[in-house]
Design a binder for this molecule. Structure first.
Ligand code: SF4
Length: 198
Protein backbone atom coordinates (compact mmCIF):
# COMPACT_ATOMS: atom_id res chain seq x y z
CA UNK A 1 0.00 0.00 0.00
CA UNK A 2 1.25 3.49 -0.76
CA UNK A 3 2.33 5.64 2.16
CA UNK A 4 -0.30 8.40 2.61
CA UNK A 5 2.45 10.79 3.63
CA UNK A 6 4.28 10.44 0.34
CA UNK A 7 4.52 13.01 -2.44
CA UNK A 8 1.00 14.29 -3.21
CA UNK A 9 1.42 13.91 -6.98
CA UNK A 10 2.31 10.22 -6.59
CA UNK A 11 -0.82 9.57 -4.54
CA UNK A 12 -3.09 8.30 -7.28
CA UNK A 13 -6.72 7.30 -6.96
CA UNK A 14 -5.92 3.58 -6.62
CA UNK A 15 -3.62 4.25 -3.69
CA UNK A 16 -6.28 6.44 -2.10
CA UNK A 17 -8.91 3.69 -2.47
CA UNK A 18 -6.51 1.16 -0.99
CA UNK A 19 -5.70 3.45 1.94
CA UNK A 20 -9.36 4.18 2.69
CA UNK A 21 -10.26 0.47 2.30
CA UNK A 22 -7.51 -0.68 4.66
CA UNK A 23 -8.32 1.97 7.27
CA UNK A 24 -12.05 1.14 7.20
CA UNK A 25 -11.25 -2.57 7.33
CA UNK A 26 -9.05 -2.18 10.40
CA UNK A 27 -11.63 -0.02 12.17
CA UNK A 28 -14.45 -2.48 11.42
CA UNK A 29 -12.35 -5.49 12.49
CA UNK A 30 -11.32 -3.91 15.79
CA UNK A 31 -14.95 -3.08 16.61
CA UNK A 32 -16.20 -6.55 15.51
CA UNK A 33 -18.66 -4.72 13.27
CA UNK A 34 -17.34 -6.62 10.29
CA UNK A 35 -18.28 -9.99 11.80
CA UNK A 36 -21.66 -8.62 12.82
CA UNK A 37 -22.29 -7.28 9.29
CA UNK A 38 -21.23 -10.51 7.63
CA UNK A 39 -23.57 -12.58 9.86
CA UNK A 40 -26.39 -10.10 9.21
CA UNK A 41 -25.78 -10.05 5.45
CA UNK A 42 -25.51 -13.87 5.35
CA UNK A 43 -28.86 -14.22 7.11
CA UNK A 44 -30.46 -11.62 4.86
CA UNK A 45 -29.24 -13.30 1.63
CA UNK A 46 -30.32 -16.69 2.96
CA UNK A 47 -33.79 -15.32 3.74
CA UNK A 48 -34.08 -13.57 0.35
CA UNK A 49 -32.72 -16.60 -1.53
CA UNK A 50 -35.12 -19.12 -0.05
CA UNK A 51 -38.08 -16.77 -0.64
CA UNK A 52 -37.29 -16.44 -4.35
CA UNK A 53 -36.07 -19.73 -5.76
CA UNK A 54 -35.39 -18.96 -9.41
CA UNK A 55 -35.76 -22.24 -11.27
CA UNK A 56 -34.22 -23.04 -14.63
CA UNK A 57 -36.94 -23.31 -17.28
CA UNK A 58 -35.92 -26.76 -18.52
CA UNK A 59 -38.54 -29.21 -19.77
CA UNK A 60 -37.31 -32.70 -20.66
CA UNK A 61 -40.36 -34.95 -20.91
CA UNK A 62 -43.92 -35.47 -19.63
CA UNK A 63 -43.11 -34.32 -16.05
CA UNK A 64 -42.45 -30.90 -17.61
CA UNK A 65 -46.21 -30.64 -18.28
CA UNK A 66 -46.77 -30.86 -14.53
CA UNK A 67 -44.05 -28.27 -14.00
CA UNK A 68 -45.90 -25.97 -16.43
CA UNK A 69 -49.19 -26.71 -14.64
CA UNK A 70 -47.64 -25.62 -11.33
CA UNK A 71 -47.08 -22.15 -12.79
CA UNK A 72 -50.65 -21.57 -14.04
CA UNK A 73 -53.20 -19.67 -11.90
CA UNK A 74 -54.78 -22.86 -10.50
CA UNK A 75 -51.61 -23.76 -8.58
CA UNK A 76 -49.68 -20.50 -8.89
CA UNK A 77 -46.25 -21.64 -7.67
CA UNK A 78 -45.09 -18.04 -8.03
CA UNK A 79 -46.92 -17.09 -4.83
CA UNK A 80 -44.34 -19.27 -3.03
CA UNK A 81 -41.46 -17.49 -4.76
CA UNK A 82 -40.93 -20.22 -7.40
CA UNK A 83 -40.09 -18.29 -10.54
CA UNK A 84 -39.03 -19.98 -13.78
CA UNK A 85 -36.12 -18.35 -15.59
CA UNK A 86 -34.67 -19.18 -18.98
CA UNK A 87 -31.01 -18.62 -18.15
CA UNK A 88 -28.87 -20.83 -15.88
CA UNK A 89 -26.81 -17.79 -14.89
CA UNK A 90 -29.77 -16.28 -13.01
CA UNK A 91 -31.14 -19.53 -11.61
CA UNK A 92 -30.82 -21.13 -8.16
CA UNK A 93 -32.58 -24.44 -8.80
CA UNK A 94 -32.10 -27.06 -11.50
CA UNK A 95 -35.38 -28.96 -11.79
CA UNK A 96 -34.74 -32.19 -13.67
CA UNK A 97 -38.09 -33.49 -14.94
CA UNK A 98 -37.47 -36.40 -17.28
CA UNK A 99 -35.05 -39.15 -18.29
CA UNK A 100 -31.47 -38.09 -18.95
CA UNK A 101 -30.04 -39.86 -21.96
CA UNK A 102 -26.30 -40.47 -21.95
CA UNK A 103 -26.04 -38.03 -24.85
CA UNK A 104 -27.88 -35.34 -22.85
CA UNK A 105 -25.82 -35.85 -19.66
CA UNK A 106 -23.05 -33.44 -20.69
CA UNK A 107 -25.38 -30.52 -21.56
CA UNK A 108 -27.22 -30.97 -18.23
CA UNK A 109 -23.93 -30.89 -16.32
CA UNK A 110 -22.90 -27.81 -18.31
CA UNK A 111 -26.14 -26.04 -17.35
CA UNK A 112 -25.53 -26.99 -13.71
CA UNK A 113 -21.98 -25.65 -13.83
CA UNK A 114 -23.20 -22.36 -15.32
CA UNK A 115 -25.47 -21.74 -12.34
CA UNK A 116 -24.03 -19.60 -9.53
CA UNK A 117 -23.59 -20.94 -5.99
CA UNK A 118 -25.44 -21.63 -3.78
CA UNK A 119 -27.47 -23.81 -6.14
CA UNK A 120 -29.84 -26.71 -5.63
CA UNK A 121 -31.09 -29.64 -7.67
CA UNK A 122 -34.54 -31.21 -7.55
CA UNK A 123 -35.17 -34.58 -9.22
CA UNK A 124 -38.83 -34.65 -10.26
CA UNK A 125 -40.40 -37.96 -11.26
CA UNK A 126 -39.17 -41.53 -11.52
CA UNK A 127 -37.19 -40.88 -14.71
CA UNK A 128 -35.03 -38.23 -13.04
CA UNK A 129 -34.71 -40.32 -9.86
CA UNK A 130 -33.81 -43.72 -11.31
CA UNK A 131 -34.50 -43.84 -15.04
CA UNK A 132 -38.19 -44.72 -14.49
CA UNK A 133 -39.63 -46.86 -17.31
CA UNK A 134 -36.17 -46.78 -18.92
CA UNK A 135 -34.42 -48.23 -15.85
CA UNK A 136 -31.23 -50.04 -16.94
CA UNK A 137 -31.84 -49.04 -20.53
CA UNK A 138 -28.70 -48.88 -22.68
CA UNK A 139 -28.88 -45.11 -23.21
CA UNK A 140 -30.57 -43.63 -20.09
CA UNK A 141 -28.83 -42.65 -16.83
CA UNK A 142 -30.07 -44.38 -13.68
CA UNK A 143 -30.98 -41.07 -12.10
CA UNK A 144 -29.64 -37.56 -12.40
CA UNK A 145 -27.80 -38.06 -9.09
CA UNK A 146 -25.20 -40.07 -11.02
CA UNK A 147 -23.93 -36.77 -12.45
CA UNK A 148 -25.29 -33.98 -10.17
CA UNK A 149 -25.86 -33.91 -6.36
CA UNK A 150 -29.62 -33.92 -5.71
CA UNK A 151 -31.18 -32.05 -2.76
CA UNK A 152 -34.83 -33.05 -3.10
CA UNK A 153 -36.48 -36.08 -4.71
CA UNK A 154 -40.13 -35.89 -5.80
CA UNK A 155 -41.34 -39.42 -6.60
CA UNK A 156 -44.24 -40.09 -8.97
CA UNK A 157 -44.93 -40.74 -12.63
CA UNK A 158 -45.67 -37.93 -12.96
CA UNK A 159 -45.80 -36.13 -9.59
CA UNK A 160 -48.67 -33.66 -9.35
CA UNK A 161 -48.06 -29.89 -9.19
CA UNK A 162 -48.93 -29.98 -5.46
CA UNK A 163 -46.05 -32.42 -4.93
CA UNK A 164 -43.73 -30.11 -6.83
CA UNK A 165 -44.78 -27.16 -4.67
CA UNK A 166 -44.27 -29.37 -1.61
CA UNK A 167 -40.78 -30.20 -2.88
CA UNK A 168 -39.93 -26.52 -3.07
CA UNK A 169 -41.25 -26.10 0.48
CA UNK A 170 -38.91 -28.86 1.69
CA UNK A 171 -36.03 -27.29 -0.19
CA UNK A 172 -36.79 -24.00 1.56
CA UNK A 173 -36.63 -25.74 4.94
CA UNK A 174 -33.36 -27.36 3.96
CA UNK A 175 -31.89 -23.98 2.98
CA UNK A 176 -32.81 -22.61 6.42
CA UNK A 177 -30.94 -25.56 7.94
CA UNK A 178 -27.79 -25.52 5.80
CA UNK A 179 -27.52 -21.76 5.28
CA UNK A 180 -25.83 -20.68 2.07
CA UNK A 181 -23.55 -23.74 1.89
CA UNK A 182 -22.33 -24.35 -1.68
CA UNK A 183 -23.41 -27.52 -3.50
CA UNK A 184 -19.92 -28.99 -3.07
CA UNK A 185 -19.95 -28.52 0.72
CA UNK A 186 -23.09 -30.48 1.66
CA UNK A 187 -21.58 -33.94 1.99
CA UNK A 188 -23.17 -34.64 5.38
CA UNK A 189 -26.60 -33.49 4.24
CA UNK A 190 -29.03 -36.20 3.20
CA UNK A 191 -31.36 -35.44 0.29
CA UNK A 192 -35.02 -34.95 1.22
CA UNK A 193 -37.76 -37.13 -0.30
CA UNK A 194 -41.25 -35.70 -0.70
CA UNK A 195 -43.70 -37.96 1.13
CA UNK A 196 -41.11 -39.33 3.55
CA UNK A 197 -40.42 -36.20 5.52
CA UNK A 198 -42.72 -37.13 8.46
S1 SF4 B 1 -41.50 -39.97 -14.53
FE1 SF4 B 1 -43.24 -40.60 -15.81
S2 SF4 B 1 -44.29 -38.70 -16.26
FE2 SF4 B 1 -42.23 -38.14 -15.57
S3 SF4 B 1 -40.99 -37.97 -17.40
FE3 SF4 B 1 -40.79 -40.07 -16.67
S4 SF4 B 1 -42.35 -41.22 -17.78
FE4 SF4 B 1 -42.88 -39.05 -17.96
Amino acid sequence: MADPGQNYTAFNSNALLEFVGDTTDEALSSLRIKQFLSVLAGRFFNWAGRKSLFTLHLGIKCCAIEMAASAIPRFDAERFGVIFRSSPRQSDVLLVNGPISKKFADPVVRLWEQMPEPKYCIAMGECAISGGPYFQSYNILEGVDTVIPVDVYIPGCPPRPEALIDGFGLLREKIIKIGGAPSTGRDGEKPVIVGEEA
